[in-house]
Write a protein that binds this ligand. Structure first.
Ligand SMILES: [Zn+2]
Length: 278
């Protein structure tokens, strides 16, 4: 799934290409694409796109009367629509502009979880953004320490919980734990001051590195292209210590880590009942 750096760089590219374009028409191409009834998309017709912003992993198409909030989920993409065919493959929604250009939201696969919300006023605090915590790259150290103590859980899950801190997913969680030299299964309420320092540095550095890489691209990267030390690198050598990168598999995601850097050399068994995971 695209995380904050991918979505942020993409928002900047879309602002560059589509900023100022006047909205002519919005079309939902499936029954499930548009998640809201009021205000109607028509509210923004005739208004220029002020900019494309971001909150968490959501793209925000800001027009003065209304904002379109777009969640790409796993397989969604929002791209210039060159062909504007009647039934584009995976098509979910289309924004057509008065200058003839268009943006197309597509979703690969059959899950149909990507969607569009139209909101009036400040989108923050309104669905689907109302449950989101602070932005991961905006956290100062004191706030990070408070949020870790307030939500005792395993670190990897904490980093991915958008209600606590928003913008990070599976890849950043893997990379941040590695950079901070912390076990993905460390308890967040038990981290000492030094660990919180390292975690704070790692969150900022991993996001900044990914964002810098993503800003060099013409389109959102695929997950294999993204930089990193451990994510999807099972069996490869840790770039810090040379140990083998290991994996713990879950149904829908994989935790990657380096035993020497992160778990005192302990190899975590590949199931959630392992005593090492408790
Ligand atoms: Zn290592």
């Amino acid at each position: 799934m695209p995380e904050m750096p991918e979505v942020q760089a993409h928002a900047e590219r879309l602002t560059e290409s589509f900023g100022g374009a006047v909205l002519d028409r919005f079309t939902a191409l499936t029954f499930t694409a548009l998640k809201t009834a009021s205000p109607p998309p028509e509210a923004a017709y005739g208004s220029p796109l002020e900019r494309v912003g971001r909150r968490g992993k959501h793209l925000l198409l800001h027009f003065a009367p209304a904002t379109f909030v777009v969640h790409l989920m796993q397989g969604g993409r929002l791209k210039p629509d060159e062909k504007q065919t009647a039934r584009p493959r995976g098509g979910q929604a289309r924004w057509r502009f008065a200058d003839g250009g268009a943006l197309l939201l597509t979703e690969a696969g059959t899950e149909r979880r990507a969607g569009v919300w139209v909101v009036a006023g400040d989108p923050d605090g309104q669905p689907p953004l109302d449950h989101l915590g602070p932005e991961a790259d905006q956290l100062d150290r004191a706030t990070l320490a408070e949020l870790l103590a307030e939500h005792p859980m395993r670190l990897h899950g904490w980093l991915r919980d958008q209600r606590i801190v928003t913008g990070m997913g599976r890849r950043l969680a893997n990379e941040i734990c590695h950079r901070a030299r912390l076990s993905p299964f460390a308890g967040t309420a038990k981290l000492d001051d030094d660990a919180v320092d390292r975690l704070h540095e790692a969150i900022g550095a991993c996001i900044a590195e990914s964002l810098a890489d993503e800003r060099k691209r013409k389109d959102m990267s695929s997950s294999k292209e993204r930089p990193g030390a451990v994510h999807h690198r099972e069996g490869q050598a840790c770039p810090v210590c040379g140990d083998d990168i290991r994996a713990v598999e879950y149904r829908s995601y994989t935790v990657n880590y380096c035993p020497t850097c992160q778990t005192g050399g302990k190899v975590l068994a590949d199931n959630t009942t392992s005593k090492f995971l408790k």
